[in-house]
Design a protein around this ligand. Structure first.
Ligand code: PRT
Length: 87
């Protein structure tokens, strides 16, 4: 099973190697403003799923929110340590 740290390493590698067809590369190229809007959208989907959907559907929405937060971290050049030190 992939962990939060595993995904972050994968996205960091995508940003460095920019493989053809990577959605992450396209997302990074879309810019901070677009990424911010995507995070708001995904957060809203988490809220709605928590109110109205199954545990599995909620889990999927949360995973997508975590993905988009990580894309924003990579875009801004943050490391996991930058975030973890605030936990
Ligand atoms: N975990 C994810 C992940 N979670 C969410 N997403 C993206 O976020 C979107 C969220 O889906 P929604 O249903 O909310 O949105 P949608 O309407 O289908 O899509 P949009 O039209 O809004 O783009 C998905 O369509 C994906 O584009 C992800 N994209 C990639 N990953 C993982 O990231 C890694 C790198 O992926 P690539 O860069 O594509 O190789 C791989 O391990 C992937 O599994």
């Amino acid at each position: 099973m992939k962990t939060f740290d595993d995904l972050f390493a994968e996205l960091t590698e995508r940003a460095a190697t920019r493989p053809e067809g990577s959605g992450t590369v396209a997302a990074l190229d879309s810019g901070v403003h677009t990424l911010g809007k995507k995070i708001i959208e995904e957060a809203g989907e988490v809220w709605l799923a928590a109110e109205h959907e199954s545990d599995d559907a909620l889990s999927e929405e949360i995973s997508q929110l975590l993905y988009w937060l990580q894309v924003m971290m990579v875009k801004r050049g943050l490391t996991l340590a930058d975030v973890y030190r605030h936990l």
